[in-house]
Write a protein that binds this ligand. Structure first.
Ligand SMILES: CC(C)(COP(=O)(O)OP(=O)(O)OC[C@H]1O[C@@H](n2cnc3c(N)ncnc32)[C@H](O)[C@@H]1OP(=O)(O)O)[C@@H](O)C(=O)NCCC(=O)NCCS
Length: 230
């Protein structure tokens, strides 16, 4: 996927980096992160290392210092002061997106390969209303493999909301409405009232078997800087 397709998932102010370059894909664990992931399998250590290498490259592009990125109690990345972000990996792909806290309160990125999320799986994480809407969508309303697109969009929103609330919401606390490469996530649960918005707007893109979704919760500063671009 081209780098501009990745960054187009987000509003201005968000920097996203995928592990296309060999130096990121082959990145070693940062010495300050070794103890965090020491007991995991080698493959898991590797994806952890690559995700953080992408995050450090993105933070550097924001002009922020990039040391070790440990984990919070929720197992989310513990971002350096002044920054927020999100990491994702799936087979053969890894990316991170970061932003300054002045412009973005929280953000989420998710990558999935098509073909793994079936309608049966989707049924467990969607509301009845979401399934009704999906069932009425015509080919052309959205790219194919809607289950993957909806799953991916949901995961990105849940990561973003986890960053904003310090709690991972359940998948039915939000509903996703897809409109081609854009989506709206409605916050259904009273437990999300503290977020202060009724919905979030995100983007989803498919490139071959790779689906990527991104969403950001801008601050007032971020909205002003973006000129209300969505
Ligand atoms: C944690 C979760 C978001 C991981 O998603 P995934 O698609 O399996 O894997 P991804 O590679 O995209 O994301 C993993 C990364 O998410 C980040 N992450 C983990 N927990 C997180 C949290 N609570 N908040 C924000 N980010 C989190 C981490 O950076 C992790 O990578 P790392 O451990 O190497 O740092 C997912 O397992 C989850 O709990 N989802 C929400 C609940 C749900 O029911 N989802 C179903 C589909 S809607």
């Amino acid at each position: 996927m081209r780098p501009d397709m990745l960054e187009a998932l987000f509003p201005p102010g968000v920097v996203a980096v995928s592990a296309d370059a060999a130096e990121l894909w082959d990145a070693a664990l940062h010495p300050g992160e070794v103890s965090t992931i020491a007991h995991a399998a080698a493959s898991r250590q590797r994806e952890f290392a690559v995700g953080r290498a992408c995050a450090r490259a993105a933070l550097a592009r924001l002009g922020l210092s990039a040391g070790p990125i440990p984990r919070t109690a929720l197992r989310a990345p513990a971002w350096p002061d002044g920054a927020t972000g999100s990491i994702t990996h799936c087979r053969g792909y890894c990316a991170a997106a970061v932003a300054r806290c002045e412009t973005v309160r929280a953000l989420g990125i998710d990558a999935e390969r098509t073909g793994r999320v079936t309608w049966a799986i989707l049924e467990r994480v969607t509301t009845e209303r979401e399934r009704e809407v999906l069932g009425t969508m015509l080919p052309g309303d959205a790219p194919q493999d809607w289950p993957t697109l909806v799953w991916c969009a949901k995961e990105s929103v849940l990561k973003c909301l986890a960053g904003a609330t310090d709690r991972m919401p359940g998948p039915r606390e939000i509903s996703i409405e897809l409109a081609r490469e854009r989506f709206t996530a409605r916050l259904l649960s009273a437990r999300l009232s503290g977020v202060g918005v009724a919905e979030l707007r995100g983007r989803v893109v498919r490139h071959g078997s790779l689906v990527l979704a991104g969403v950001a919760l801008p601050t007032a500063n971020g909205l002003a800087a973006a000129g209300a671009v969505t």
